[in-house]
Design a protein around this ligand. Structure first.
Ligand SMILES: Nc1ncnc2c1ncn2[C@@H]1O[C@H](COP(=O)(O)OP(=O)(O)O)[C@@H](O)[C@H]1O
Ligand SMILES: CC(=O)N[C@@H](CCC(=O)OP(=O)(O)O)C(=O)O
Length: 302
């Protein structure tokens, strides 16, 4: 019997063991059937072609067994590469890219062009029907300029340019696509009152969208085993109180700041399961959603 070029070689696994692994998924499929799972696919987790293919297959499998995956993608490193090609370098303040007018153009071009279309293509190739959207499509994400207050000294305000603060999300376009067997793939861009574009951190979009869609789960795939403590040890479980303390003592920095804040906001807003997991593990998404295996860090609302 010939095997699919996409399928891993599992001939060495005994039939009984294979059956046990497959049947483990049943209670999860039953529990999540018809439910929305928002998946944040971080730019740092999408740098390896084999892992990207695994991710696309996982999304398609989840859709085919009756879940409703919605992908929100990042693209920080990809934007950085594009800036480098143009002789520029990005600047970040508290995990947010300082976005002047020229950078905004590059951000839109990389996110809604290169990155989104690559993910759409991979999901389609794996047998799904992906539709790429930005927060502007279907008038989905209304935003205003973010007022960024310094997290050590609140009397200081940073100007981060065209970085958006979400005012509202209208999820009707996402719902319409979900009902029609499509898999939405969303770039984190928003629009303002004068139709100006905003660059919004993808973790923030994923968290807010999970809340508005009343998602059952929010899974954030990144490039660390999860949230690490000061000694670099994985924290499998984090309460709101522990997170507050970590913001205070400097355990969190860079891109982890908006990620944890968004994860906690989503948990507090009623998203029952919020996980930050290692996107460098093959099929990390599938294992997280449909198996007993606990990965990464779970964020609790209290
Ligand atoms: N306490 C922490 N635990 C884990 N990662 C952390 C922590 N503090 C800061 N980070 C950084 O956050 C990064 C993940 O955020 P980010 O670079 O924005 O990734 P993504 O592109 O997946 O959103 C990690 O690679 C790590 O460098
Ligand atoms: C405002 C802001 O920082 N926007 C991000 C949007 C992309 C993103 O969030 O990508 P990751 O998830 O890969 O970090 C940026 O310009 O890099």
């Amino acid at each position: 019997m010939s095997s699919s070029p996409l399928a891993p070689d599992v001939t060495h696994i005994a039939p009984r063991e294979k059956a046990e692994i497959l049947s483990q998924a049943l209670p999860y499929i039953q529990r999540f059937h018809g439910k929305t799972i928002v998946v944040k696919y971080g730019g740092n987790a999408m740098t390896d072609p084999a892992l990207q293919q695994d991710f696309a297959e996982d999304v398609v499998l989840l859709k085919l067994v009756g879940l409703n995956p919605v992908v929100v993608h990042g693209g920080g490193p990809q934007i950085e590469n594009a800036l480098k090609r143009l002789g520029k370098q990005g600047t970040f303040i508290q995990g947010m890219r300082v976005t002047d007018a020229e950078t905004m153009g590059i951000v839109e071009w990389v996110l809604a062009g290169e990155v989104q279309q690559e993910i759409v293509g991979l999901i389609n190739k794996a047998g799904g029907k992906a539709v790429g959207l930005t927060g502007k499509d279907g008038a989905m994400i209304r935003a205003k300029k973010l007022k960024m207050v310094d997290n050590k000294d609140p009397s200081i305000e940073h100007d981060v340019g065209q970085v958006g603060d979400i005012e509202s999300i209208d999820p009707s376009v996402v719902k319409a696509l979900q009902d029609d067997a499509f898999i939405p793939v969303i770039s984190p861009l928003g629009f303002g009152k004068e139709n100006e574009s905003y660059n919004i951190n993808a973790d923030v979009v994923a968290g807010k969208l999970a809340e508005v869609l009343k998602a059952e789960k929010l899974v954030m795939l990144t490039n660390t085993p999860g949230v690490l403590d000061k000694e670099g040890k994985l924290l499998t479980d984090l309460s709101a109180r522990q997170i507050d303390a970590m913001f205070e003592d400097g355990t969190l920095s860079g891109g982890m700041l908006p990620k944890i804040a968004s994860a906690l906001d989503a948990a507090r807003a009623g998203v029952r399961a919020v996980h930050i997991i290692d996107g460098r593990v093959p099929h990390a998404l599938l294992l997280e959603v449909l198996s007993d295996q606990a990965y990464g860090t779970m964020i609790r609302s209290h």
